[in-house]
Design a protein around this ligand. Structure first.
Ligand code: SAM
Length: 335
């Protein structure tokens, strides 16, 4: 065959035919997928499905929460909220930074915490683990691993042991917390620390009177009870963290509870800012926290979910009540 002919073969046709499937997301679970095949596991990490206008990823059992632009904004707000709340500290564990060689961020999401730590501690190696794939980090000392953190961790460097394992805002996502904490323990150097922060979702108030029909209160109790049962994932893990972390073998386990106002109602400037961020966190998060579990397992329509959100935001906008959540932080050391 002449080289001229070969060149001709490379020519593109006049009109490129279009793949019929282009631009379509999967709309339903693929029940036939063989989860044991490495091909299907790897490819499912890049498969997303649309439900009621939100995008969900499909890796392993998936997550009951969306993974899209709105959830990204929600993650940014939580990150900012935590930094203001903790006076710009990335963790509270009493670690000598000179021994902070390897750090893992479990359920890293957008990697906001992981990248922040990598930037602050350029001598440390930071690994972010998540069920969703992550683009390469801009920091050479930060990398990402696509994995279910409750399953065995297969690290690029199998000799790597961590000095700090950080977990933040995984409520309602993890069916087996004991397995996840055990992995943190097993992959840690003696003397290393675990730190887990969750915003406890049961809304509280110190107001003398609470309206009996408060939607804010109703939804937070509903999540604790019905959504936990329906999803098989604990929406109220915060108060159970300490015991589970102790059971995983950690010692010197301490718990701290910090008030997080819902809305900018506090007079203290720091808490006002925390409250402002919390309100935006709540408003960008609520629909996504409810939609999948309520429509798939509790018989709600998407309209009912949106209506519940609208009523709740209206109540919040009325600025009559003074709700707050608790940020629960548990730290523990591997002996
Ligand atoms: C609300 S985001 C929080 C992200 C991050 N921790 C932060 O505070 O910015 C929860 C993340 O946990 C991930 N996730 C949930 N269950 C997981 C699991 N079993 N293993 C790894 N990642 C998980 C989700 O994919 C999602 O990206």
């Amino acid at each position: 065959m002449s080289s001229e002919k070969n060149m001709e073969d490379l020519n593109l046709p006049g009109v490129i035919s279009i793949d019929d499937a282009y631009g379509r997301f999967e709309t339903d679970d693929d029940g036939d997928r063989d989860a044991s095949s490495s091909f299907s596991v790897a490819s499912s990490a890049y498969t997303f499905r649309m439900e009621h206008g939100r995008r969900y990823h499909d890796y392993k059992t998936g997550s009951p929460f969306p993974h899209d632009e709105v959830s990204d904004e929600n993650d940014y707000l939580l990150h900012e909220l935590c930094l203001v709340l903790l006076d710009d500290r990335y963790y509270l564990a009493p670690i000598d930074t000179s021994s902070l060689n390897c750090v893992v961020d479990v359920g890293t999401g957008l990697g906001l915490w992981a990248e922040g730590v990598a930037e602050r501690f350029p001598e440390s190696q930071v690994v972010g683990i998540d069920l969703t794939p992550h683009a390469r980090s801009i920091f050479p000392n930060c990398s990402y691993m696509l994995s279910d953190a409750s399953e065995e961790w297969v690290l690029d460097d199998p000799t790597m042991k961590f000095d700090l394992a950080h977990i933040r805002s995984l409520f309602g996502s993890v069916p087996d917390w004991a397995a996840l904490y055990k992995n943190c323990f097993d992959n840690m150097n003696p003397g290393g620390w675990i730190e887990h922060l969750e915003i406890e979702i049961n809304a509280q108030t110190d107001d003398a009177e609470v309206p009996a029909d408060s939607h804010i209160k109703y939804l937070s109790e509903f999540a604790h009870t019905h959504m936990t049962v329906a999803s098989g994932r604990d929406f109220g893990i915060s108060f159970g963290m300490k015991k589970l972390i102790e059971e995983a073998g950690f010692v010197d386990v301490q718990e701290k509870r910090l008030k997080v106002p819902l809305g900018p109602w506090a007079s203290d400037p720091k808490l006002k800012e925390v409250g402002r961020l919390c309100e935006r966190f709540y408003k960008t998060g609520l629909q996504g926290w409810l939609m999948h579990v309520c429509t798939r397992s509790l018989g709600w329509t998407s309209e009912q979910v949106n209506e519940a959100c609208a009523k709740t935001f209206q109540e919040l906008n009325n600025r009559q009540q003074h709700w707050y959540y608790l940020a629960v932080i548990v730290i523990g050391r591997k002996p």
